[in-house]
Design a protein around this ligand. Structure first.
Ligand code: UT7
Length: 334
């Protein structure tokens, strides 16, 4: 029997209703709309204002929408992976909770923490699991309530992040040329302290002092991360293109993690891939960490055609980065 291929069957997103504009941030920190737009490309981001709703809620909403749209019986789902750095609890995980909320009672669940590359890592692992033939349907959710770890007194970081979730259904199919083709994933812990949350883990558990020091918020050395993000995403895309004999003209879409518009334009230049091929929605949502790639797929789904060649790429804390090459498997009216 031919080895099954992992094929994306549908995608759905969830964004909280509250829109935080750059102008609102001007009232919180010493910044301005013009600086934020020209340095990052961000105009606004969504914030989950309800204190009783967090990452599981957003992931569940995205997953429910996806099930409704695809018509899949939740009992047919084998696994729910949630990519996140803002799980509702340090333990247990989000994936199990989302599975329960959507009635995926035959599924197991777990979380993947690979910062902004979490969705990429999760999707790649899910695809490879499906290719083994052991599983049939996997739900990959990317969800982050970044506002829960954003220091709204730090202008260097608070302008960047937003809250959102996206979910993708991937199924094993035989006798198809579409779907997942290849992936390349990397990590390098030398960047560990350039983008991280200092407190709250086992090394520096919460104390009165850690709260006072604001150690429970995301910290980043923006300039260093920026340079590495451009370099490593461009390298990973180039690597996966070379390995699959792809030329820039062969590609229909690049779906890159949305951290900064200038990162995307630099990657586009380095690879000689026109910006028209890049999905860009950072102006509306900011950096939603694990959710940026599925949110892009969701927004562009109606434009995607069966056979379109896509490269997904991300770079994030860890450092973690990589690229996935896939052939889109359906027209939006399917
Ligand atoms: O998703 C995971 C990966 N994350 C990323 O890829 C993010 C990578 N980094 C970035 O996107 C950018 O480095 C930032 C957007 C975070 C910062 O942009 P930058 O162009 O690297 O600015 P900078 O940190 O070099 O700061 C330039 C100036 C500084 O002032 P001086 O020292 O030149 O007087 C900052 O103090 O801009 C100042 N600045 C601000 N000014 C107004 C920094 N933040 C702000 C702000 N508003 N919000």
């Amino acid at each position: 029997m031919n080895r099954p291929r992992a094929v994306i069957k549908g995608v759905f997103g969830y964004t909280p209703a509250y829109v935080m504009t750059n102008h609102e941030l001007e009232t919180l920190v010493d910044t301005n709309d013009e600086w934020i737009r020209t340095r990052t490309g961000i105009s606004e981001r969504r914030i989950m204002k309800d204190p009783d709703k967090a990452t599981v809620f957003m992931g569940t909403e995205a997953a429910k929408g996806l099930l409704k749209k695809t018509g899949l019986d939740p009992l047919e789902i084998d696994l729910v992976i949630c990519a996140t750095v803002t799980a509702d609890y340090i333990f247990p995980d989000n994936g199990t909770a989302i599975a329960k909320n959507i009635g995926a009672d035959n599924a197991f669940g777990y979380d993947v923490n690979a910062a902004c590359s979490g969705f990429l890592y999760s999707l790649s692992s899910a695809c490879i699991m499906l290719e083994t033939g052991r599983y049939k349907n996997i739900l990959v959710v990317g969800a982050d309530k970044m506002s829960s770890i954003t220091d709204f007194t730090d202008r260097a970081t608070c302008i960047l992040f937003g809250d959102a979730a996206g979910a993708v259904l991937i199924s094993a199919e035989t006798d198809t040329e579409y779907g997942f083709q290849d992936s390349i994933l990397h990590s390098d812990a030398s960047g560990r302290k350039l983008l991280y949350m200092k407190g709250g883990g086992a090394l520096h558990p919460a104390t009165v002092e850690s709260v006072r020091n604001r150690d429970h918020y995301a910290y980043q050395d923006g300039r260093s991360v920026f340079k590495q993000a451009v370099l490593k995403m461009a390298e990973a895309v180039d690597e996966v293109m070379k390995r699959n004999n792809l030329k820039p003209d062969d590609l229909d879409w690049v779906v890159a993690h949305q951290a900064n518009l200038r990162i995307l334009t630099s990657v586009s230049k380095q690879l000689d891939l026109p910006m028209e091929k890049f999905m860009v929605n950072i102006h509306k949502y900011g950096n939603t960490t694990s959710a940026t790639i599925p949110l892009c797929l969701w927004e562009w789904e109606s434009q995607l055609k069966k056979g379109d060649q896509l490269i997904l790429t991300a770079f994030g804390g860890g450092f973690t980065w990589g690229a996935i090459y896939l052939k889109w498997a359906y027209d939006s009216q399917d």
